[in-house]
Design a protein around this ligand. Sequence first.
Ligand code: HEC
Length: 276
Amino acid sequence: MTMNSFKTFGLATLLATGFAVSGVALAQEGGAHETRTPTKQSWTFAGPFGHFDQAQLQRGFMVFRTVCANCHSANLLAFRNLADAGGPAFSEAQVKALAAEYTVTDGPGDDGKPFERPGRPADYWPATYPNPEAAKATLGVAPPDMSVLAKARGYERGFPWFITDLFTQYQEGGVDYIYSLVALGYTDAKDPNHNDYFPGGHIGMAKPLSDGQVEYTDGTPKTVQNYVRDVSTFLAWVAEPTLEQRKKTGIRVMIFLILFSGLLYFTKKKVWADAH
Ligand code: HEC
């Protein structure tokens, strides 16, 4: 064998083994009641130029507020964050009015006891249940806090995707999981707790949304698909409020590095021009 054909042979063997291994992994994922791999969605905030759609974040917040927050907490979200640029960007006045609709526990007061008062923009999102134990006592299972849910969940993409993901900068595994679970996972009409995407296939949350349930004021059709798409986007922002800034900085750094490499190249040529 010549060196070149030896290399080709080696590469072919490597690829064949890789595909065989991933083939076995795929075969294992099949089966009626196995957990399914989330379906990849397209998001405005994906990729190096990703950005949030402000109207979508506002709609997602409506879904979160009127539905999900009845059970799930979001302890790291403060009312004032909702006015931040790069987020839902509600006005200061809107956030102030919103916070005032909620009652928060503060204190201790002069009598040494905690007291209740209307919320202020600096307060954190008030949870329906004071602690996970209380939620569990009512719901049967404690719902996870939503502050970083979109970042804390994900899934194994396997070969060859984990290689291509490096180049496409795929980082939306958690959001794809939330979308798949809530919008597509409830497939068994006889078992409300069956979910195709929840590990083990049995989830302690019945389908939380139905068409028309949440009021949209911007004319977007009130469908479960849209609700889940919007609330997933909102949760992506809650988990990473500075995503847009991070991506903008990344692009600027890349442009700088490319220009700087060019400069260095010509500098090197000039400095070494006479050194024969
Ligand atoms: C009636 C209460 C309730 C409502 C309303 C609710 N959830 Fe849940 N949710 C739960 C509980 C309880 C669990 C934990 C289930 C388990 O661990 O078996 C859960 C789990 C989840 C999970 C799985 C998290 C994980 O651990 O991987 C996701 C995703 C989720 N909820 C999203 C939502 C979204 C989005 C909304 C709003 C549209 C929502 N939930 C509304 C009670 C609720």
